[in-house]
Design a protein around this ligand. Sequence first.
Ligand code: NAI
Ligand code: MG
Length: 493
Amino acid sequence: MPAGFKTEVKAYQMYIDGEWLESRSGKTFPVYDPSTEEVIAQVPDANAEDVDRAVAAARAAFDRGAWSGTTAQERGRILFRLATKIRENAAMLAELECRNSGKPIVEAEFDMGDVATCFEYYGGLATKVLGYINPVPDNAMSMSLKEPVGVAGQIIPWNYPLLMAAWKLAPALAAGCTCVLKPAEQTPLTILEVAKWFEEIGLPKGVVNVVTGFGETAGAPMVKHPEVNKIAFTGSATVGKVIVKQAADTVKRVTLELGGKSPNIFFADADFEAAIDGALFGVFINQGEVCSAGSRVLVEKSIYPKFVEAMAEKAKRVTLGPPLDRDTKMGPLVSKEQYERVCSYLDIGKKEAKLATGGGRAEKFARGFYVEPTIFYDVDNQARIAREEIFGPVASVIPFENESDAVQIANDSPYGLAAAVWTRDIFKAFRAVKALRAGIVWVNHMQPTYVEAPWGGYKQSGFGRELGPWGIEEYLETKQVHINLNEQPIGWY
Ligand code: NAI
Ligand code: MG
């Protein structure tokens, strides 16, 4: 970018009840490009009043059957149309996602494919929601029917902005719910672009509302709102715990995806090259801003020194660069706040363990929230850098003695989102699969994620499952129906 060049600051409105609106207060907030630290957009700063308006629209759309009263086929077709729009505009969306979040363009392009696939998957699943006949021992027909849960409040993070919106909206819409979605304040732009197509693809007004704002002022009012039936949240464990408490008063359904401190376990018999590659990929993909990041790297003692050295050598060669550059493998962190949080963990790590590589800002960039890929080793599993989610490019390498030691260390965590095991011994692999307390276990890989397979955590990584048939189930209620086939009185009195 030439010196002195100023990016155009685009003004966005938010989408409520089929209309493009400012916030009632008239306030806006800035949205940044984390690679230049420049403001690229201004977005409405919604508060409780705006949330009220959006919830009322979603409530009215649900209650008048604007969406749940259509056929499942029609809902499916609309989701397919949305997927087509996203595929047709994938390059534009990927570039915007990349500029706003700092993720490498190649990864943003992958994300857009996954977004479209998610809408297609649930477009297809809409017509496959089935009920049951319950075999009750009476002259009666007993059924269980599936119905949409109602108005869904959806609060999402900034690491996969549009993909997280798709994970929330697609199953909810397939189920027949109406939605109020609050993107993260750092990254609201791609979903606002996508919302521009909602009317054209035939989504009735009020069915999806996008409210832009901050957690305490726009997220919390949604969680407390009596007309919202369910909250789906992805983000920090701290906020997840607040949400559970705040949702209690109105007994909302809640699903939480809260990240973790996932172990990536390397046995000595694993293919060494593949292992080093897998250790880096597990923790540095998307700058480490991944809920399932393999941020605890557990390595068998016999290969430990060689492993740490090889991992550090290869980490030094990871290409940090501007997110729009096609060779870039790691961009800047999403925001100043996240950059400072990660840097504070680098300081903690230097006191708690030994540094193999990285440990600071990547100084070759004059601007931007760039952090070097960082590897700490000889980390104690009780250290803060082994227990707390850092959400940046920081690996904590921990040695282990044997299989039972590895599993014990892996499971000794408040979290349980994901885990990975690398070995060529299938007996060892399966024993680990069974012993690991995590919602996702990969063998000889880490991070592949498919819309067909369940996603979610054990322990403090949250509850509920997204994706696959499990994902739509979280947006459905089960109704028991009993039809008496006797035409006589009950005859009790
Ligand atoms: P956060 O949990 O504060 O934000 C996530 C979403 O929740 C955003 O949309 C935010 O506006 C909203 N939110 C915040 N406070 C809220 C409240 N009181 N009520 C309702 N909604 C609220 O995450 P933040 O501050 O951006 O990042 C902090 C840490 O959280 C990261 O360092 C990382 O460890 C973790 N995180 C985990 C994610 C995951 O995928 N599991 C994603 C993002 C962050
Ligand atoms: Mg926060």
